[in-house]
Design a protein around this ligand. Sequence first.
Ligand code: SF4
Length: 329
Amino acid sequence: MYDFRIDLVAEWITGKGANTVALQMPEGLKVHAQSIAGEIEERTGVRCVIVADPCYGACDVDRRFTDYADVLVQFGHADIPSMHAGPNVLFVEVFMDMDISALLPKALPLLKGTVGVLTTVQHVRMLPSITRWLEDNGHPALVGKGDDRIAFEGQVLGCNITAVEPLKGRADSFLYVGSGNFHPLSVAIETSLPVVVIDPLMQEVRELSELRDRILRQRHGAIVRASDARRFVVLVSTKVGQNRMDLAWSIRRMLEENGRKADVVVLEEFHPDRLLPFDADAYVSTACPRIAIDDHLRYPKPLLTPVEVEIVLGLRSWDDYRLDSITSD
Ligand code: SF4
């Protein structure tokens, strides 16, 4: 099912003249790590070292790799161009071209008018055939390109749906092809338009309005629970593509200007236990936007996003709610 593009990887490694190569990949691909390492070693004569720590995205390059390797190859994610990972890091997209011909007709009745088509990097190569199919079945189809955090047309990240921007006012509904709900959930909240998911791995079609309403209720609850909070801890990730230190300082300033206390805490891996020593009525995460949405139940105090803090302080109305995003500006 996966194409690890070993030819491309071997050529790049040889061109770099590397002796030791670090291999990083998300959990779902780690089961293939040893065979990939073996193949690369055989083809290039280098030594490979496999990174076992979690790797959540291209944002999560192991910056310590220069301590134990000459170059790093990260599989499964597209580069985040604005992150400037450096010349000794190679991102290898692992494309998955899957048969969704049985799913497209099921999605059709849920779509409206002109359809904006979005996907993750795994499936970007499927976009031309999907747009063609939609056009042949009466729906003009549009694909937008996101900002400098995005490598491919039509690609979205969990933290970045800027590929939607050029389609605003032109698309009447969105079709997202990919697994999971987080990416399309942002689109559903941001646009209030119908968002239909074709999940090639689960081989199912789903519409997101119920999930959108449930998540909005949860987020509203977190905001209400934090409304009396006096002391905040603003969390900053040290991961290279998640680090928003400037934002953290501006949130602290905003909290203090509105009569609250706030400390800035940095950490690499988010875990509720790491926050136990700190006195706080609420936390604010400036790291991956998924943490506050997916993991909030694990935290004993409300875990807010930067947008949600503005609502707590009365600086933004609930009607203007957005999921947090990390963009290139
Ligand atoms: S910040 Fe989160 S959503 Fe964005 S690329 Fe990293 S892991 Fe994915």
